[in-house]
Design a protein around this ligand. Structure first.
Ligand code: NAD
Ligand code: AHE
Ligand code: ZN
Length: 370
């Protein structure tokens, strides 16, 4: 079939919206009509050329929701008409990783996913001249139709609006999950969140749910304060207005350092600040941000010797087929909010405007509705 897609032809270039060829689903695969997709900073990370795994041409996008149109041979858990959210962290429920309760990083298809291919080592997308186009994070939600392995689809309830629950495909789950699954924040904790964008706001939402008593937000953009306060922020810090050492300022503000800190910027210098602003003896710093090829984190080992812990999280530690339907229920039951964070809705033809809004710091989430 033909479908409409925004194609990343080369690193650093705007996406090009065009008709592309899409082959039908093979064994264990599912054809999905994408109804809506968010634009996450990770899409920009790859589009820009910063991603060491970036492959071009590719159809980016990993924060989508849609409807099953066709199932391939052997697919048993989904049928035509089901509503689904594609998962860049799949859940096969059989591999060594899925069987270990300490991780959500199912590895069943990770190697081909990183090469922009489906598990059989091929791509379903091509240009009209036959040039192959790579998949992205196993999702490629910047296409109106995409093919995804069955184990990388969460089946969700049919009354949930696509243009909101698409965000559960990454940002919502990552932020809330970092608090609940990875940090396991306790009631009364003090926390600092670096970066109050699409991920950081969901960390704040998770911290409020977990009963944190102090939630400090750090961002260079003053415009991010208002919505962060709406979601539970208690103190805002703009580092550009802090005189002297930022770590010392944050340690004083949190009465000796935070119990938990979260990086949602992807900046390795910020990651160091986040680690060092964690409380001596027990503070944990969770890295969520994704850093460019070649970037490395550093600190004095003494920071760890004296009890601070550095941890990371992918997809908020969530097991997608199990957890994502529950998070959709939380949204539909009013336990979490999504709507205020979706600041812009765009047509696919205008997708590059979504990246511009992100760069100008004007959006939290721009969502493309097909
Ligand atoms: P975003 O652009 O919406 O938000 C980033 C925020 O960080 C902005 O508000 C920006 O002003 C702020 N910021 C940038 N530099 C800063 C600095 N030096 N100090 C303080 N604030 C600073 O991006 P997002 O969609 O929220 O994504 C955030 C990061 O999380 C990205 O690196 C993204 O790739 C990553 N991410 C990781 C996962 C995961 O599973 N680990 C999932 C989703 C996103
Ligand atoms: N390709 C990058 C790594 C990017 C990365 O860490 N991705 C996160 C999800 S970001 C979603 O917005 C992730 O899930 N990581 C685990 C994994 O297996 O990719 C690089 O640096 O090579
Ligand atoms: Zn993302």
């Amino acid at each position: 079939m033909r479908t409409r897609a925004a194609v990343a032809l080369a690193p650093g270039q705007p996406l090009e919206v065009m008709d592309v060829n899409l082959e039908g689903p093979r064994k264990g695969e599912v054809l999905v009509e994408i109804k809506a997709t968010g634009i996450c900073h990770t899409d920009e990370f790859t589009r820009s050329g910063d991603d060491p795994e970036g492959i071009f041409p590719a159809i980016l996008g990993h924060e989508g929701a849609g409807v099953v149109v066709e199932v391939g041979e052997g697919v048993t858990s989904l049928e035509v008409g089901d509503h689904v959210i594609p998962l860049y962290t799949c859940e096969c429920r059989e591999c060594e990783y899925c069987l270990n309760p300490k991780t959500n990083l199912c590895q069943a298809i990770r190697s081909t996913q990183g090469q922009g291919l489906l598990p059989d080592g091929t791509t379903r997308f091509s240009m009209l001249d036959g040039t192959p186009i790579h998949h992205y994070m196993g999702c490629s939600t910047f296409a109106n139709h995409t093919v995804v392995p069955e184990i990388a689809l969460a089946k969700v309830r049919k009354d949930a609006p696509f243009d909101k629950i698409c965000y559960i495909g990454c940002g919502v789950t990552t932020g809330i999950g970092a608090v609940i699954n990875t940090a396991k924040v306790e009631i009364g904790s003090r926390a600092i969140v670096f970066g109050l964008g699409g991920i950081g706001l969901n960390v704040i939402q998770g911290l409020r749910m977990a009963g944190a008593s102090q939630i400090v937000g750090v961002d260079l953009n003053d415009d991010k304060e208002e919505m962060a306060r709406y979601f539970g922020l208690t103190d805002f810090v703009n580092p550009s207005r802090v005189e002297g050492d930022l770590v010392a300022h944050l340690v004083e503000l949190t009465g000796g350092g935070a119990d938990y800190t979260f990086d949602a910027t992807g900046n390795v210098n910020v990651m160091r600040t986040a680690l060092e602003a964690a409380h001596k003896g027990w503070g944990e710093s969770i890295i969520i941000g994704v850093a460019p090829a070649g970037a490395e984190i550093s600190t004095r080992p003494f920071q760890l010797v004296t009890g601070r812990v550095w941890r990371g999280t992918a997809f908020g530690g969530a097991r997608g087929r199990t957890d994502v339907p529950k998070i959709v229920d939380w949204y539909m039951d009013g336990k979490i909010e999504i709507d205020p964070m979706i600041t812009h809705t765009l047509k696919l033809e205008d997708i590059n405007e979504g990246f511009d809004l992100m760069h100008r710091g004007e959006s939290i989430r721009a969502v493309v509705v097909y």
